[in-house]
Design a protein around this ligand. Structure first.
Ligand code: FAD
Ligand code: UDP
Length: 414
């Protein structure tokens, strides 16, 4: 190494990762494991974990997923083996219920939903025939939008009960103007299986999301700086300084922001959470209650406690008398109280947390132009959901980060 490079390596680590979400953490972990490189992770937020971050509510010990409910599921063996190096998982199996017209139904739409809705006792074959005849109004057509796709999957009555209004609340757009792809995640089942995911493995990290992610970067060669914005030139790990010093960067922030929005803004939707506390041990009897009708303004409500039924309920207070809480965060929760978050979806401004890419044809075309600019940044690897303007689940992001490390990041570290 010549003197110049030597000086460079003293001032800067070998790799800077922008964003302490699962993409950034996975790349950082891999870089250290395979090359021994020193890695600096920066995040503008004051915690690691990105959108998968969770914390334990002070007064109840309930684990709250700060950016919305996160359920881990995957059929990818490599990802499953990888995540199990850092955490074990509970045997939680995701199930969702929906309130429609004063009744509670199981989701995804299955034989139980169909029979309850039609007050019937159809067999699987009878239900198939019924739905086929109801979906028949669009027979032979390739559904081009969410409205048509919904009707062709489940027929108009079920579509109007469970999909139409929920989707309109979620996207604030007429379903006939939304891409059909949005509801491919919601299958119809002609049996009573109401498991939400079809993946081989699912569960929640036993000690919580944040403990899992902390273990990923528990290495003296990884340093994390929180509350640090990549675009703030008053801090050393900023875009301009790192480019000038030739330090490789993995960038997981919004791709349009990286280029100062010079081609225009990519559209996102965000969610506002409204917290409601109940002096009850269990409010819904399940972790997720969707609200299918237009008269309830929120899309769904999450009762976090019910994600972790394995955590014991203990009587007592939250450190009010002895100074020490009677519950142990991650192991037990306070009895007689529960925390519910209602979700209200709306269009995101630059100041909001970007959650769901809107992904209209116009957005896709704009992203393609940003992707070209990104490809020309030879010392920067763009990744994660913000860096690639995509809706990915956690297992997708980890898989992509493992592959991006091998194909894009490792060559930069040589
Ligand atoms: P992020 O987690 O968003 O991390 C990016 C990080 O970059 C952030 O921490 C951000 O602060 C930081 N950053 C951005 N700009 C800058 C900057 N200028 N300087 C410094 N740092 C910056 N997945 C599932 O598998 N199961 C689920 O049930 C599930 N539920 C979800 C529910 C909601 C409401 C949402 C929004 C997502 C859900 N996901 C779920 C998806 C999951 O959150 C993502 O797959 C995963 O968190 C993405 O990781 P990431 O590293 O790409 O991005
Ligand atoms: N959806 C719906 N009714 C429901 C649940 C979902 O119509 O009760 C539709 C809606 O269009 C939503 C999409 O299915 O945007 C995906 O929902 P899912 O719950 O799978 O995804 P998430 O919102 O958790 O990302």
């Amino acid at each position: 190494m010549n003197e110049k490079n030597n000086a460079k390596s003293q001032k800067y680590p070998y790799l800077v990762v922008v964003g302490a979400g699962l993409f950034g953490l996975t790349v950082a972990q891999q870089a250290v494991e395979h090359t021994g490189a020193r890695v600096e992770i920066i995040d503008v937020r004051n915690h690691i974990g990105g959108n998968a971050y969770s914390y334990f509510d002070e007064s109840t010990g309930i684990e709250i997923h700060k950016y919305g409910a996160h359920l881990f599921h995957t059929s990818n063996k490599r990802v499953w083996d990888y995540v199990n190096r850092f955490t074990s998982f509970t045997n939680y199996v995701h199930r969702v219920y929906a309130t429609h017209d004063g009744e509670v139904y199981p989701l995804p739409i299955n034989l139980g939903t169909i029979n309850q809705f039609f007050h019937a006792h159809y067999t699987p074959e009878e239900a198939k025939a019924l739905i086929a005849s109801q979906a028949g109004e669009l027979a032979g057509k390739d559904p081009q939008n969410l409205n048509d796709k919904g009707i062709s999957l489940i027929g108009r009555p079920l579509y109007e009960a469970f999909i139409k209004n929920y989707t309109a609340k979620q996207w604030q757009t007429d379903p006939s103007e939304l891409p059909a792809g949005i509801i491919k995640r919601l299958p119809v089942r002609f049996n009573y299986n109401n498991r939400y995911f079809k993946d081989t493995w699912e569960g929640l990290p036993t000690d919580g999301y944040t403990a899992w992610m902390q273990r990923m970067i528990d290495d003296p060669r990884i340093h994390v700086s929180l509350g640090v914005d990549f675009f703030d030139e008053s801090q050393p790990f900023n875009k301009r300084a790192l480019a000038e010093a030739g330090v490789p960067v993995v960038y997981t922030g919004p791709v349009d922001r990286y280029f100062d929005y010079k081609l225009g803004e990519l559209k996102w939707r965000t969610v506002d959470f409204k917290e409601v506390r109940y002096e009850e041990s269990d409010h819904f009897g399940c972790p997720v209650m969707n609200y299918s009708d237009a008269d309830v303004p929120f899309t769904r409500a999450i009762e976090f406690k019910n994600f972790n039924p394995e955590r014991e309920e203990v009587e007592g207070v939250a450190g009010e008398t002895s100074g020490e809480a009677d519950f142990v965060p991650g192991k037990s929760v306070k009895a007689g109280e529960t925390v519910v978050w209602q979700e209200y979806s709306r269009a995101a401004t630059r100041e909001d947390e970007p959650y769901y890419p809107v992904n209209t044809e116009e957005d896709k075309a704009l992203y393609a132009r940003y992707a070209e600019l990104a490809a020309a940044e030879l010392n920067t690897v763009f990744g994660g959901r913000l860096g690639t303007y995509s809706y990915y689940d956690m297992h997708n992001v980890i898989d992509m980060a493992l592959r991006a490390y091998e194909t894009q990041v490792a060559p930069l570290l040589k």
